[in-house]
Design a protein around this ligand. Structure first.
Ligand code: OAD
Length: 227
């Protein structure tokens, strides 16, 4: 069975109504990225970050997986499929994908300051000043700028074993996630689905210049025809 690895970013969930970060009108035009998505921001103003992530978490109840998420899940009928996502939403899981790695954490989880205890909280709000069992402040289980990405090694290993790699909806600007593609096998087939031009350092990429859902429809047809 061929192994397909999807590398997905914010554009994957755009058609579900979740804003991307760097597009015009994206989240980083409305918020200062360092205030709400960096470890320095947490040290300076944790209350602001609790509110920011409470809003993002609450949004999960109002959105649903789009056809792109669903088509990825459906590919499990003929392929081994692993999703490695930079997204912190749970739309891949809700669409039915069974193997999802969240490089940048998960909105439905929180943890203590040292990240040694992780709690599943679904979509409820964290209270300002809420404490973990070790007395430290509860924080969102999100990998912020300035923090290590603990799942990188696992993700790199998975990419290095993939027969097919599909990049969807990421501007490929945030490292180390954007560097994962360098672990691809020499003969891996690489597809890129994005309505905008995204530069990646490979010449043999099959670009499908479409939104995630239309792009996944086209890709599914192509995959079915592969030998
Ligand atoms: P970006 O906002 O940087 O890039 C979104 C990409 O999605 C762009 O290439 C868009 O062209 C594309 N896009 C927009 N609409 C789309 C659609 N309907 N279908 C498919 N693609 C579409 O988001 P990421 O690359 O995911 O990290 O950002 C990476 C990281 O930066 C995030 O995980 C987040 C952010 O700061 C943290 O907060 C730690």
């Amino acid at each position: 069975m061929k192994h397909i690895v999807f590398l997905t970013g914010a554009g994957m969930s755009a058609e579900s109504g979740i804003s991307t970060f760097r597009d015009s009108g994206g989240l980083w035009e409305k918020y200062d990225v360092m205030e709400v998505a960096s470890i320095e921001g947490w040290r300076k103003n944790p209350d602001l970050m609790i509110k920011f992530y409470n809003e993002r978490r609450a949004q999960l109840d109002k959105v649903a997986p789009n056809d792109g998420h669903k088509l990825i899940a459906q590919l499990e009928n003929g392929f081994k499929v692993t999703v490695i996502t930079q997204n912190v939403d749970n739309l891949h899981e809700r669409a039915g994908s069974s193997s999802v790695i969240h490089l940048h954490g998960e909105l439905t989880k929180v943890c203590n300051e040292s990240k040694s205890e992780i709690y599943d909280i679904g979509t409820r709000a964290v209270e300002i000043g809420e404490k973990a069992s070790d007395g430290s402040r509860i924080r969102p289980f999100i990998v912020w700028f300035g923090e290590a990405v603990p799942l990188m090694e696992k993700a790199a290993n998975i990419v290095s074993n993939a027969d097919i790699i599909v990049i969807i909806g990421t501007s490929m600007q945030v490292y180390p996630a954007a560097g994962l593609i360098h672990y691809a096998k020499r003969d891996a087939k690489i597809f890129l689905i994005d309505p905008s031009d995204v530069s990646i350092p490979f010449t043999s990429v099959n670009v499908i210049k479409q939104k995630a859902s239309d792009g996944m429809r086209i890709l599914t047809e192509k995959l079915i025809q592969l030998p």
